[in-house]
Structures are given as structure tokens and as C-alpha cells.
Design a protein around this ligand. Structure first.
Ligand SMILES: *Cc1c(COP(=O)(O)O)cnc(C)c1O
Length: 235
């Protein structure tokens, strides 16, 4: 947005990481953009709040559904219902195809025509397009990987809780959790042991929090045992 000379206004989430509908609508923005499920907190926003932002906003509302496959309550089937809704999807997450750089927008035809007016002519290469089309046809892969995340996510969260973490509810393939020891020590201790997790501990609202992807059962066990090592070294 800044690149195109726009002004960006950021609106804080509420204390439970939900949309502050009044504050968003009060911005009278030309475009309001929100990821749901949200990154890095991991939770979906309430559908009724998204609906309220849509109906009370004059501008376009973009719901970035990069992690939609893992959650419930996507807005993608409702793009005809709202004249100002654009839903974004990507092949970078559940489809595990980030390096191919493919995503898409869903909207009503009028908004799609407006986007086509400003889209560069060859924005997607044929190799990525072909791979994405083949991937869409393999819904069994998506079903089984989403099922694995939904099964293993709560196990990982419980493991973190046992180690003294405070994990936040997740509708995604990652978990944000508040660390029982200093976030930077945890992240660097894990890095020394060959494990990379994301550090959000210095950011406002996610003080001392880290974010980790939900892996396979084996990967999650390894993560938990390495965390245990770092914790025992710190105490
Ligand atoms: C990963 C991600 C995207 C999509 O990234 P691309 O690889 O550029 O498609 C979009 N929004 C959020 C919130 C993400 O986490």
C-alpha cells in the first residue's frame, strides 16, 4: 500500500485477539485487510465480526485466508453476497508450494474486472500454474495433511503446556505460545540444537511469545525434548 502512495493505518486487535469492529470501521479505509486465520496469533476471527466490517464499510474488505484449509468458516463461498469482499488464498501453506509463488483472489465479477485492469499481463508463469492446477486435483493430500495438523496440534499444545508454556488457541498449522523462560534464550538454545522457531517475544502484545509450526508427531516430540533440554539448562 505504501509502495503505491497509500496511507496505512493499523488497528489493534481486542485483548482476545479478535477484530475491533468499531475501530476498523471508524478508519473509513478504502481497503481494509485482515488475515483469518490470523498470523502470528493463529486464531480465526469471528464470522459475525467479519460480516459486520463488510456491511459497515464503504471500502473493499480483503480477507486473507492463507491458512483457511486448517480452520473453519471461510468467506470464500460468500463473495457474491457482498459487493465489497475479496478473499485471498495461497498455495504456500497447506499445499506446501511456497517456492512456486501461486495465489489467487476470489470476488464478485465487478471487483475481479477492476483488479484485471491493473494486473500485470504475465503475473504467473506456466510451470507454477500447471503445478497448482495439478495440486488442486489432489485433495486427498490436503485432507490428510490438514487431518494430521488437527490431530497433532492439540498434542503439541498440551506438551508445551506441560513444560510451562501458555499456548494460544490455533486454527492454523502453527501455535503461538508464551514462553516460561526468556524468549531469546529459548530461540537461541533451540537454534544451537538445530531447531528454528519464530521469535515474537519483543513485539507489543506478544511479549515473550514464540511461534512454532505443527510438524509430524515425531518432529513435535523432538521439538518438545529439545525445549526441555533448553529449559533445564536455563534453570
Ligand atoms: C504465508 C502468508 C501469505 C501468503 O504468502 P505467499 O507465499 O506470498 O502466497 C499471505 N498472508 C499470510 C498471513 C501468510 O501467512
Amino acid at each position: 500500500m505504501k509502495l503505491y502512495g497509500g496511507t496505512v493505518a493499523e488497528v489493534d486487535l481486542t485483548d482476545d485477539f479478535q477484530l475491533d469492529v468499531d475501530a476498523i470501521v471508524a478508519q473509513k479505509a478504502k481497503i481494509s485487510i485482515m488475515p483469518s486465520p490470523n498470523n502470528p496469533t493463529g486464531n480465526c476471527f469471528r464470522i459475525k465480526d467479519i460480516e459486520e466490517v463488510l456491511s459497515r464499510s464503504e471500502g473493499v474488505v480483503i480477507v486473507d485466508e492463507a491458512y483457511a484449509e486448517y480452520g473453519e468458516g471461510s468467506m470464500i463461498r460468500r463473495v457474491e453476497e457482498f459487493d465489497n469482499l475479496i478473499v485471498l488464498r495461497t498455495f504456500s501453506k497447506a499445499y506446501a508450494m511456497a517456492a512456486l509463488r501461486v495465489g489467487y483472489a476470489a470476488s464478485n465479477a465487478k471487483l475481479a474486472d477492476m483488479m484485471m485492469c491493473v494486473k500485470i499481463p504475465y503475473s504467473l508463469n506456466a510451470v507454477s500454474e500447471g503445478a497448482a492446477i495439478a495440486a488442486v486435483k489432489d485433495q486427498e493430500f490436503i485432507r490428510s495433511s490438514v487431518e494430521s495438523v488437527r490431530r497433532e496440534g492439540p498434542v503439541l499444545a498440551e506438551g508445551l503446556r506441560r513444560l510451562g508454556f501458555e499456548p494460544f488457541p490455533s486454527d492454523s498449522n502453527f501455535i503461538m505460545a508464551r514462553s516460561p523462560i526468556d524468549h531469546a534464550e529459548l530461540v537461541s538454545g533451540l537454534k544451537e540444537r538445530g531447531i528454528l522457531i519464530r521469535d515474537f517475544g519483543s513485539k507489543r502484545r506478544t511479549e515473550n511469545c514464540v511461534r512454532t509450526t505443527v510438524g509430524t508427531a515425531e518432529q513435535n516430540r523432538l521439538l518438545l525434548s529439545k525445549i526441555e533440554e533448553v529449559l533445564s539448562q536455563c534453570r
